[in-house]
Design a protein around this ligand. Structure first.
Ligand code: AMP
Length: 582
């Protein structure tokens, strides 16, 4: 069984699998090496994913969802036709497509996957990613950090021990990690980043610049027209990519809007210097996290062996220049920056599979050590966040601490688990709460409550509490409103599977209709060319069967019933039979 590695990106996703001994990118059904992370719903109830969804985004902005990854692990949802969709459900639509496309490409069933997440993702975000995989019917063997995956893709061949900076500027997130590549261990020493910085922001700057210029010339504000704005955004993204290799480019959007004097067209020239000026502060926003990661790892930039560029946005020349000036090193980008994360995930997948089958692939056997991206704390008296696990501690972790009661004769305590760096509980993120009940009545400070934290290799946390006074381990409930329950996952999975079945039925109906149309065309052509030679009755029968088939073919797709489909199949079969006799 092949394990697929999936880079589940904000803007684009990518998948790979180790074939032979090399990680190979798996193209999607459209033949593309990366798939836009876009989901859409048509008015006919069809679900679209990837390029087809992106292509119709301008015409259907209200029913198109982009950048779902930004909402992972939050309570966010969106409602389409009265049905509400959470971020894991939408991500699962994408994962299901990737899985189906991989199965088609590899010619075998695929169920196991390694999925990557930004190093900065919290426990809830990692869990939401796992949930998305489960909804898509995938067995997620491991969640790994994107920079770790990139280091794997780079580090697999050469065993030279060194410290490496991975600078990852994607579509929606920025991560920087300091990684130590040892003989057979890759350890993430420190991570920092910005969950809300990426290529989308660069697109937005250029789009705003184009919209401002258009307004000056035509007096029309396109930001008020969702469809026109979507065209401007798309053109800005394209111009941005062109400016990575050209000094100047032109943007042409004919008939962008209707003005008082007729249609107005957008025509503008943008130079790389203009683009750099518009986005300079975005590039500079990456400085802080770079310095923080170096500081946390306790090293100077001069100690870095290499600097890896990851993410499509590192193709922007000003970004690469900035990294060079920050680190004093020429960054390497010998592996395609859009693909190396998926390749690393595939390598990790093959390693895990190898561990199970006893076959270890080339570069395999690497033990991945990730770190906690944010500190864990629990709330103590006075709303203080008491740190129990420091940021950048290496995973997996087992940690215990004894706590006690604050009030006399307290029979229960609430354990409030937090993640973040702030000193007061209220300023950090709540990731779980539970109560330990049945504590023996005693003065304040006497009961001893052992709280244990376990973080597994995926960065997923389990907290438990034990009353040492009674020896009782209370059953505890972690209530995390942002985490999906098993029932919710099962329901979402059933929903996704039902849709997959509907999709298959829809595809089948389309294929049958296409086949019927081809037979009708053939019949029309026959009657046109040789109608006079044909037996009169046969000609009449052919015409009747053609008319019958057309009755169903001309119906609107949304109005076609199962009965219609059966009748169309009959008419097609009859027509085929008549054509064979002609
Ligand atoms: P990723 O999430 O790594 O796939 O990165 C996607 C981001 O990279 C998107 O914002 C793309 O617009 C951007 N991108 C892709 N190719 C280029 C390029 N040639 N120049 C600038 N940005 C690019």
């Amino acid at each position: 069984m092949t394990v697929i590695g999936i880079d589940l990106g904000t803007t684009n996703s990518c998948m790979a699998a180790v074939q032979g001994s090399q990680p190979e990118i798996i193209p999607n059904a459209e033949g593309e090496r990366t798939t836009p992370s876009v989901e859409a719903f048509t008015k006919d109830g069809e679900r679209l994913v990837g390029t087809v969804a992106l292509r119709q985004a301008a015409m259907n902005p209200g029913r198109t969802v982009t950048s779902v990854k930004r909402h992972m692990g939050s309570a966010w949802s969106t409602t389409v036709d009265g049905q509400s969709f959470s971020a894991p459900q939408l991500s699962a639509m994408l994962l299901r497509k990737l899985r189906t496309d991989a199965e088609r490409f590899l010619g075998q069933a695929v169920s196991d996957a390694v999925i990557t997440v930004p190093a900065y993702f919290t426990d809830a975000q990692r869990q939401a990613t796992k949930d998305a995989g489960a909804i898509a019917g995938l067995n997620v063997l491991r969640i790994i950090n994107e920079p770790t995956a990139a280091a794997l893709a780079y580090g697999l061949d050469h065993g030279q021990a060194q410290k490496v900076m991975v600078y990852d500027l994607g579509g929606g997130t920025f991560d920087v990690s300091i990684i130590e590549i040892g003989e057979d261990v890759i350890e993430v020493l420190a991570t920092a980043g910005d969950n809300h910085l990426g290529g989308d922001d660069f697109d937005e700057r250029l789009a705003q610049h184009l919209a401002d210029g258009f307004k000056r010339e035509s007096g029309i504000d396109v930001t008020r027209d969702a469809q026109a704005l979507q065209r401007v955004r798309e053109a800005a993204r394209q111009a941005k990519c062109e400016l990575s290799s050209l000094d100047s480019t032109t943007v042409n959007l004919p008939f962008l809007a209707a003005g008082a004097d007729g249609p107005a067209h957008l025509e503008a020239t943008v130079t790389r210097a203009d683009f750099d000026r518009l986005t300079r502060d975005l590039v500079e926003r990456t400085t802080g996290p770079v310095q923080q990661a170096l500081g946390d790892a306790g090293i100077a930039a001069s100690e870095l062996g290499s600097v890896l560029l990851v993410g499509g946005s590192t193709r922007i020349p000003a970004v690469a220049d900035h990294v060079r000036s920050l680190t004093g090193k020429q960054p390497s980008s010998s592996i395609n920056p859009d693909e190396c994360v998926a390749q690393g995930a595939a390598i990790q997948g093959a390693t895990l599979e190898g561990a199970r089958t006893g076959l270890v692939p080339r570069g395999g056997g690497l033990l991945l050590l990730d770190v906690v991206p944010m500190s864990f704390a629990i709330e103590t008296v006075g709303g203080i966040a008491t740190r129990v696990i420091e940021r950048n501690t290496t995973l997996p972790i087992h940690y215990e601490q004894v706590f006690t009661t604050a009030a006399p004769f307290q029979t229960k305590v609430e354990v409030h688990v937090l993640q973040g760096e702030r000193p007061m509980a209220a300023d950090n993120k709540t990731i779980g709460k539970f109560q330990l009940k049945g504590i023996k009545r005693a003065p304040a400070g006497v009961p001893q409550i052992l709280v244990s934290f376990d973080i597994d290799a995926n960065g997923i946390l389990n907290v438990s509490a034990k009353d040492l006074g009674t020896g009782n381990q209370q059953s505890i409930t972690i209530t995390d409103s942002e985490r999906m329950s098993d029932d919710e996952i099962a329901a979402a999975k059933a929903d996704a599977e039902r849709y997959a079945a509907d999709d298959a039925a829809r595809r089948d109906a389309i294929e049958k209709a296409n086949e019927a149309q081809a037979v009708v065309n053939e019949a029309n052509e026959l009657v046109r060319q040789r109608g006079k030679e044909l037996d009169k009755q046969l000609r009449r029968d052919i015409k009747a069967a053609t008319t019958e088939a057309n009755r169903y073919l001309l119906k609107k797709p949304a109005k076609v019933t199962n009965d219609d489909r059966a009748k169309l199949a009959e008419a097609t079969a009859r027509l085929k039979e008549l054509l064979a006799r002609a």
